[in-house]
Design a protein around this ligand. Structure first.
Ligand SMILES: *Cc1c(COP(=O)(O)O)cnc(C)c1O
Length: 223
């Protein structure tokens, strides 16, 4: 096995106090998650509903599962009973479905709004204007079973650290904009989920409060 425990310790020691680590365990077997769990890690991130379901039913109950991938509305009902956070909400339609399914389960589900800032055309997420529109629409205010906890984004997959830093900066400024405009009195709107294995040190310098790290802990994924 990859030295999951050693890697996890190394990553944790590189994070400032208060920054949350989401250990991205997609495509990795339960024994890798159990190794991280034994070190005290409790927040894990997955991006496929079936894989998450399988892991959720076989691993300890106190794991907080974050759904980090693109979530189809027809899959929400399967994860609503237990998911801790849906990190990549990129439409009002998805938000409505999470609200509906969370209500059925009598739960409140934490969500992040996913921004699309990176240059890649294939990445999901809301443009800044689409995100402004969603918030200005106000429908989310009536949703009693979701809690908007902040924003999530992925930087472009490039070597240019200046570009990556600039993208995190855009997200950070945008966070301040919407925090001031919509969430000034809402302490739960505080998370900035940016930073992955290759770019999280840059993300930490640009406002990140939550990093999503897979490869650096669990090794390369076998698809
Ligand atoms: C897979 C994934 C990660 C983790 O990427 P690593 O480079 O392995 O750290 C983070 N965020 C999202 C949205 C992902 O899909």
């Amino acid at each position: 096995m990859y030295d999951v425990k050693g890697n996890l310790r190394e990553v944790l020691s590189s994070l400032p106090a208060g920054v949350k680590l989401v250990a991205i365990s997609k495509y990795h077997p339960n024994e890798y998650i159990e190794a991280a769990y034994a070190e005290g890690q409790r927040i894990f991130g997955e991006s496929h509903e079936q894989e998450l379901r399988q892991k959720h039913t076989t691993l300890p109950n106190d794991i907080e599962w974050h759904f980090i991938g693109h979530l189809q509305t027809n899959k929400v009902k399967y994860i609503a009973p237990y998911v801790s956070m849906v990190e990549a909400v990129d439409s009002i339609k998805l938000l409505r479905e999470i609200e509906k399914q969370a209500a059925k389960c009598d739960r409140v589900i934490n969500v992040l709004l996913e921004l699309h800032i990176a240059e890649e055309a294939t990445k999901y997420g809301l443009s800044l204007d689409a995100c402004r529109e969603l918030l200005a629409g106000g429908e989310w205010r009536q949703m009693g079973h979701i809690r908007i906890c902040g924003l999530m984004m992925m930087a472009s997959n490039v070597d240019d650290e200046k570009q990556i830093a600039a993208e995190f900066d855009i997200a950070d400024h945008f966070f301040n904009e919407v925090k001031t405009q919509y969430f000034a009195d809402d302490d739960s709107f505080c998370e900035r989920s940016w930073g992955m294995s290759d770019d999280y040190p840059i993300a930490l310098a640009h406002g990140s409060t939550m990093v999503r790290i897979g490869t650096r802990i669990f090794g390369p994924r076998v698809y």
